[in-house]
Design a protein around this ligand. Structure first.
Ligand code: GRG
Length: 308
């Protein structure tokens, strides 16, 4: 039985041991996140921030940032503060997404949502606190990286968070609820903004920290955009096919909220096929990097074989 947030990568046919790689990267990230935020005063807000930040999850976003930085010759130390900041931003988006005014969920990552434990007022503020702290953390904790690269990283992160990214995607998502005439183009707009933008920022910030060239950035942006959309298609499929225990959150929510999803537009099999095609295109972008890109290749395959 698969437990919520467990890394499932057994069925990937590659010499590269993805399961071990993901587990070791995840434990580096978990330890760094734990160190990143200690309890200060007022205790309640720090406890609420830590409650969601340290609740597990696949840690895919920080792992993507670290893997891309290492692909281009950078080190874990250079990218770790940005990797943590990406997880802080992702976590705040989950806290706000779960609020009654948004998706209204009681469970996330296998535990009660932030507002169910701390109340809506504190949950909103815990999200705000994490978002602000993410930027402070990148700016103050990054070492061995020239300032102009850091400015680019902060630009990627802020772009992904705002109306051109998560916020814009979420607004269109809320407006689309209960409507039957949402086109594939609108659905793609929602997901490239709500989910894809942050995944792209993970890859590009890791690349910039390591000193990527323009051609690297173009290739890796293609990689990220394709895995981002595939990630969301699989998310839609899992909402139908996986159990709440596997997902660590309420299953079948899209159907209940009458949301347009890829499986609803195309059917399950065609959606899986589409996700596979996107992953193939993503992997093609890594060709020039040879064996060094094995982690990013394996992560792309993991995205469509994942069970949660
Ligand atoms: C960013 C200012 C600001 C506000 C947030 C609520 C909101 C605006 C946007 C919603 C963004 C959102 C929740 C998108 C869904 C992304 C997604 C597929 C999340 C699940 O990611 P996983 O599977 O989760 O990687 P784990 O728990 O493994 O980290």
């Amino acid at each position: 039985m698969v437990k919520a947030n467990e890394i499932v990568a057994d069925n990937i046919n590659s010499q590269f041991d993805l399961k071990t790689y993901l587990e070791s990267q995840k434990s580096i990230v978990e330890a760094a996140l734990d160190r990143s935020l200690s309890i200060r005063k007022p205790e309640k807000i720090y406890e609420a921030m830590r409650y969601s930040l340290l609740a597990g999850g696949k840690r895919l976003r920080p792992i993507l940032c670290l893997a891309t930085c290492e692909l281009l010759g950078g080190s874990t130390a250079m990218a770790l503060p940005t990797a943590c900041a990406l997880e802080m931003i992702h976590t705040m988006s989950l806290i706000h997404d779960d609020l009654p005014a948004m998706d209204n969920d009681d469970y996330r990552r296998g535990q009660l949502t932030n507002h169910k434990v701390y109340g809506e007022d504190i949950a909103i503020l815990a999200g705000d606190g994490l978002l602000a702290y993410a930027f402070e953390y990148v700016a103050t904790q990054t070492q061995q990286v020239p300032a102009e690269r850091l400015v680019k990283v902060i630009t990627y992160l802020s772009h992904a968070v705002g109306a051109e990214g998560l916020v814009g995607g979420q607004v269109l998502d809320l407006e689309s609820e209960g409507k039957n005439d949402i086109s594939a183009e609108t659905l793609t707009f929602i997901h490239t903004h709500k989910t894809g933008a942050l995944l792209e920022a993970c890859v590009l910030s890791g690349a910039v920290l390591a000193g990527a060239t323009q051609i690297d950035l173009e290739r890796l942006a293609q990689y990220a955009q394709n895995i981002g959309l595939a990630f969301q298609i699989i998310d839609d499929i899992l909402d139908i096919t996986a159990t709440g225990e596997e997902l660590g959150k309420t299953a079948g929510k899209d159907l209940k909220a009458q949301k347009i999803t890829y499986p609803r537009l195309w059917g399950l099999e065609a959606s899986r096929q589409q996700a596979q095609e996107l992953i193939d295109v993503a992997i093609e972008q890594l060709h020039p990097y040879g064996a060094k890109a094995e982690p990013l290749r394996a992560i792309a395959n993991y995205i469509i074989t994942r069970k949660n």
